[in-house]
Design a protein around this ligand. Structure first.
Ligand code: HEC
Length: 124
């Protein structure tokens, strides 16, 4: 009996974790997916990219910052106030896509934090 209770508890926790993962992915797609490739990769998304894909952002953050908090801070700060001098991407990125517009008022800090964690945790 104990085993069954333990197992169903574990399954319960597992599905909650999975559900929230999916919710954060949906949030990332809704808030950033218009330009950045987020979530499921499809041919259509690849051909209509208006910005570097999320894995490129994660790579830049990992190369530049060691601490998890600093990586998240960089993404949050950039999403609210993107400027050319803060760019970690090279000149060509700006020439190809332009500088990102600020998302102030369109997304909350809490949401960007969740999206950042999602981007950074994804294994590529
Ligand atoms: C309207 C289009 C658009 C949306 C929406 C958008 N971005 Fe961007 N983003 C860009 C473009 C274009 C670039 C590449 C140029 C640049 O770095 O500014 C970029 C670059 C970035 C970079 C890298 C900056 C650098 O060069 O170091 C980060 C981080 C980023 N976006 C985060 C986000 C997050 C998080 C969201 C969603 C909350 C988001 N973006 C939504 C267009 C967008």
């Amino acid at each position: 009996m104990k085993k069954i209770v333990g197992l169903s508890l574990m399954l319960g926790v597992f599905s909650i974790v999975c559900a929230s993962d999916a919710a954060v992915e949906a949030l990332a797609v809704a808030k950033c997916g218009e330009c950045h490739l987020m979530g499921e990769i499809t041919k259509e998304k690849l051909s209509s990219m208006k910005a570097p894909p999320y894995w490129a952002i994660a790579k830049k953050a990992r190369e530049k910052y060691e601490k998890e908090e600093d990586k998240i801070k960089y993404i949050v700060d950039y999403a609210f106030s993107p400027t050319e001098d803060k760019m970690l991407f090279p000149r060509e990125t700006k020439e190809k896509f332009g500088v990102m517009p600020s998302l102030k008022g369109k997304v909350t800090e809490e949401e960007i934090r969740m999206i950042s964690t999602y981007i950074l945790e994804k294994k590529f």
